[in-house]
Design a protein around this ligand. Structure first.
Ligand code: SF4
Length: 293
């Protein structure tokens, strides 16, 4: 098998197999991310892909799921992606679900009809690193798209019948725009139809422009309490029916699961309880030990 580090396996998708289709990230400019900073974006050759599929087929010939690597294989054009999906189906004839990650911008060069064909070839679930639905924040962190792009491109996925995830990056707007980040992200995500909304908490990793800015006093990070308050505000304003998972340890596994709207009051109660009872020093200690996003 061919793998280029770092390999990110989505912990909520089946663990195996993974197939390298691309290396790195086409964008590689988000101010909080260093994940692929040492990797030039590249596309695996069809020879490499076929060799890996042949190997997978000898080990798990009845595989029904597969995750494409790396950051955003969705960036490939329809004409490059479709033959790869066809090869997956050829080598693994029981394939049912082809998972991939992608950026909102990766959908711009695909029509609904092309997306529908990709879904028919098995690509039926996409994890979008959306992070925010607030234009000021999206510009601030250099995501490379705006809120209207999220709504516009996700509508194409809805029409094509492809399920998608949003992530909300708690804390990434800093103190000055925390309120707008929470409210506008919830508002924009609620204008779409995600199968899942997940949240992640900002950690300022060495080598990120955002940490440099924080050290120069140009970015004012939230405290753990403010992170929790922002997360609560986001949840309060989120109105789409979906699954919900969160990075936050407050409330343990109670916060994660299907039927968000049914559980919304319970999730908010757990976050409010966390604001009263959680040990913010311990939360800060845990965040300081994080190694990756
Ligand atoms: S957050 Fe995602 S899109 Fe942004 S640089 Fe990192 S991998 Fe690329």
């Amino acid at each position: 098998m061919h793998f280029t580090e770092p390999v990110y396996r989505n912990p909520y998708w089946p663990t195996w197999p993974l197939l390298e289709v691309t290396r790195g990230c086409t964008h590689n400019k988000c101010k909080f991310c260093t994940m692929y900073k040492d990797v030039n974006f590249g596309v695996a050759s069809m020879d490499q892909i076929e060799a890996d599929l042949a190997e997978i087929a000898t080990i798990t010939p009845h595989a029904r799921t597969i995750q494409l690597l790396s950051a955003n294989p969705l960036a490939l054009s329809y004409d490059r992606l479709a033959p790869i999906l066809e090869k997956i189906n050829e080598y693994l004839p029981n394939m049912e679900h082809i998972y991939t990650a992608g950026r909102v911008t990766d959908l711009r060069n695909k029509t609904v009809d092309q997306l529908r064909k990709l879904r028919d070839l098995g690509m039926d679930e996409i994890s979008m690193g959306t992070e925010s639905g607030d234009d000021w924040t999206l510009d601030r962190i250099n995501k490379g798209y705006h809120a209207n792009d999220i709504v516009e491109q996700c509508a194409k996925l809805d029409e094509a019948g492809i399920a998608y995830w949003h992530t909300f990056l708690n804390g990434v707007a800093g103190r000055s725009h925390s309120h707008e980040h929470a409210v506008n992200s919830a508002k924009i995500m609620s204008q779409t139809h995600p199968m899942l909304v997940g949240t992640g908490g900002l950690t300022l990793f060495p080598g990120t422009p955002l940490l440099d800015e924080a050290e120069r006093g140009e970015f004012d990070p939230l405290t753990e309490r403010e992170m929790l308050e922002e997360l609560l505000l986001f949840v309060q304003n989120l109105t789409c029916d979906c699954s919900f998972i969160t990075h936050h340890t407050v409330g343990g596994t109670n916060l994660t699961g299907p039927n968000f709207l049914e559980r919304k009051d319970q999730i908010m109660a757990a976050l409010q309880d966390g604001l009263v009872h959680a040990n913010m020093d311990v939360l800060a200690w845990m965040r300081a030990r994080k190694q990756t996003l």
